[in-house]
Design a protein around this ligand. Structure first.
Ligand code: FES
Ligand code: FES
Length: 186
């Protein structure tokens, strides 16, 4: 026998837990660009929304929002992650860095940012912060890579303006400059 609908929601009993849609919040303590922060956040919020909406860190771009384009990349405990698929509440106790935090105390560009400028590795600029975050992780290793290795290391980033050659050259230049800087400091 076909069960008659008993209410507007269909043949199933309405479930209060589903219908209530109550936001749930949690306190998150972490460091953002070197500064300790404490903020109440919606437990469903992504780290990308947390950084953009609560801290105005708009270098964190929202492109695909499904972890495919790399525009939202930030460094978490030294490693590049897509912030659109990382919950803000997972940032508890973590060390988060965005492009805004790469400038030195006098506002000078970091080695990787300067290399992007010098090599004209920016067109519309939408993908640039994400590329720079991952590239800064690579440059910090002070290790040389072949062009193919660099392509693989940066494969999680899409540039719709297709400026890949200049971007790869900028990363190579930054690696060389960082190695030279650390050798000069010895
Ligand atoms: S916006 Fe996060 S990977 Fe595309
Ligand atoms: S510079 Fe435009 S998307 Fe990369």
């Amino acid at each position: 026998m076909i069960k008659q609908h008993t209410c507007e929601h269909g043949p199933y009993e309405p479930q209060e837990t589903i219908l209530r849609h109550e936001p749930q919040y949690k306190l998150v303590r972490c460091r953002i660009n070197g500064k300790p922060v404490t903020k109440m956040t919606d437990m469903r919020a992504s780290l990308a929304d947390f950084l953009r909406n609560d801290f105005s860190l708009t270098s964190v771009k929202k492109g695909c929002e499904v972890g495919e384009c790399g525009a939202c990349a930030v460094k978490i405990d030294g490693k590049s992650f897509n912030a659109c698929i990382y919950l803000a509440i997972w940032a508890e106790d973590k060390d988060i860095w965005t492009v805004e935090g790469l400038l030195d105390g006098d506002g000078n560009l970091s080695i990787i940012q300067q290399a992007f400028v010098d090599e004209a590795a920016v067109q519309c600029g939408f993908c640039t912060p994400g590329f720079i975050i991952t590239a800064s992780e690579i440059v910090d290793r002070k290790q040389r890579y072949s062009r193919d290795e660099l392509r693989r290391l940066l494969a999680g980033h899409l540039c719709r303006c297709t400026g890949y050659e200049n971007i790869l050259r900028a990363v190579e230049v930054a690696i060389e400059r960082n190695i030279a800087k650390s050798e000069a400091a010895k």
